[in-house]
Write a protein that binds this ligand. Structure first.
Ligand SMILES: Nc1nc2c(ncn2[C@@H]2O[C@H](COP(=O)(O)OP(=O)(O)OP(=O)(O)O)[C@@H](O)[C@H]2O)c(=O)[nH]1
Ligand SMILES: [Mg+2]
Length: 472
């Protein structure tokens, strides 16, 4: 069921906003400081009962005070700094109290207990952010962005989340939804007051809907980029033994991650590493050299290599370009044909027999990304990185600042809007009057509204806020 955000806000607000919540806002464990955060109407009461300032006088909003945290009996738990923020200009829109105590698990536990005796209850996962949403501080795409920002493991993902937090996606959605809602209002008026308001012109409505559909399709296309920025790309390094696969992994990572030796069959198991190219996370997997073998452990390694290759979105096929291409090399080339792959003919410093053999073979006539070089040369590693970027993200460097979809529920909402736009266009092209389209236009508007949180289901709210940890 789709309901408006104000209805959800009213219902949920009545249910939860009365209570004051508390949680540890910093990671659990030991640290220099830990921040225990309270939000709700009674934050001031909690402050009065748990914090004793070193100098007399009440806490003032936005001023940090030094003092002691005390338990229900008035016994000192720890020295602390207290920051009080008065509603409504706070992250949650409610009164907020932060107690900065020493980062000791015991102190944290006792401070949380003191806050609970003072009237607060433990927060549920994501409840602080949920309150920010319910109080109109952020929209849903921003709430999702907060979760992404916390989860981000590299700069590209963090910058993408930040830009959505800034509202780039919300603004892009509004640019579609505002004209759509204006058209809907006009249609509704014509239906309600046929004598006073002229029926809208079908041709101009069709032109508008067609432009909105294009905008929505552009957003849909941005999902690919959003996913790339968030999850990165998996690339398996495969090839026959001794070709230089592990040397390539080390060079790309800039560290001696994998063992390298002149003995063929050095790598037995798969090895992971991560690097960032053009702001995109590349999840690399080095694998055992693929060849026919009777040796049980090596065979198991080869099996794992095949599995890693099957799961990766991109393959880096490393071959010895200096020596004649043996059967193992030809088999790997054949078995990875048709996959998104980069062919790296390595060991150029030792010769080019294998490379020339490849150039003379029919396979080389397919247009493929191919490099002849040496993983021991930094210029060739740079060429390899550029080649990976153009293979992985189609020559267009992903731009985190561009509006983009970042999760499956957003992609689904846009998909629903596009389907509704298509139905409207079909109806209009079939010559039906514009007012027949009201239902589909409402659906399109509701689908887009989900992105900004202006029309959302309880189920969706649950799905989004359950992604958070307690204390966020
Ligand atoms: N001269 C030269 N030697 C290289 C080059 N790349 C790798 N090597 C050497 O080739 C040998 C094999 O390198 P590895 O990186 O272990 O090869 P691998 O493909 O991981 O081998 P396995 O794990 O056995 O499948 C090592 O002695 C490397 O130092 C290169 O471009 N030029
Ligand atoms: Mg290796």
């Amino acid at each position: 069921m789709v309901v408006t955000s104000s209805a959800i806000r009213d219902a949920s607000a009545a249910r939860v906003l009365g209570e004051t919540i508390v949680a540890l806002a910093t990671p659990p464990g030991r640290g220099a400081i830990a921040v225990v955060r309270c939000s709700g109407a009674d934050a001031r009461v909690v402050a009065a009962r748990t914090f004793r300032p070193a100098t007399p006088g009440p806490l003032e909003s936005r001023f940090v005070r030094f003092g002691h945290v005390v338990d229900a009996e008035g016994c000192v738990i720890d020295q602390a700094m207290a920051l009080y923020l008065a509603a409504p200009s706070t992250p949650t829109g409610e009164d907020v109290l932060e107690l900065h105590v020493h980062g000791s698990p015991v102190v944290v536990r006792e401070t949380l207990a003191a806050a609970q005796s003072a009237g607060a209850r433990m927060a549920l996962p994501g409840e602080f952010t949920r309150r920010a949403f319910l109080n109109g501080k952020i929209d849903l795409s921003q709430a999702d962005a907060v979760a992404d920002l916390i989860e981000a493991e590299h700069r590209g993902a963090a910058r993408a989340a930040e830009s959505r937090l800034d509202g780039t996606l919300r603004d892009a959605v509004r640019a579609l939804r505002d004209p759509l809602d204006a058209a809907l209002e006009e249609l509704a008026a014509a239906v309600d007051f046929p004598d006073e308001v002229p029926a809208p012109n079908s041709a101009s409505l069709a032109a508008l809907v067609s432009a909105l559909r294009d905008g929505a399709a552009e957003l849909r296309a941005s999902w690919e980029m959003g996913r790339l920025l968030r999850e990165g790309l998996s690339a398996a390094i495969v090839g026959p033994p001794n070709a230089g696969k592990s040397s390539l992994l080390n060079a790309l990572l800039g560290e001696e991650r994998a063992l390298v030796s002149e003995t063929a069959g050095t790598t037995r198991d798969t090895l992971d590493g991560q690097t960032v190219i053009d702001g995109v996370l590349l999840r690399l997997v080095d694998t055992a050299g693929i060849r026919q073998t009777d040796e049980a452990i090596e065979a198991a390694g080869v099996e794992r290599a095949r599995r890693a290759a099957a799961q990766a979105s991109l393959l880096i096929v490393v071959l010895d370009g200096s020596a004649p291409l043996a059967q193992d090399a030809l088999t790997v080339l054949e078995q990875t044909r048709g996959r998104r792959r980069l062919l790296l003919f390595n060991k150029a410093d030792l010769g080019e027999t294998g490379w020339q053999q490849w150039l003379a073979s029919p396979g080389s006539r397919e247009s493929e990304t191919t490099i002849f070089g040496s993983v021991l040369r930094s210029s060739d590693i740079e060429r390899t990185k550029s080649a990976l970027a153009s293979l992985g993200w189609d020559d267009v460097a992903p731009d985190p600042a561009r509006p983009h979809l970042a999760s499956a529920w957003q992609a689904q909402a846009v998909e629903e809007a596009i389907a509704a736009f298509d139905r409207v266009l079909e109806t209009l092209h079939a010559g039906h009057p514009a007012d027949v389209c009201v239902g589909d236009l409402v659906e399109a508007s509701a689908a887009l509204g989900q992105l900004s949180g202006e029309a959302v289901t309880e189920q969706l709210l649950e799905a989004i806020f359950s992604r958070f940890c307690i204390g966020k």
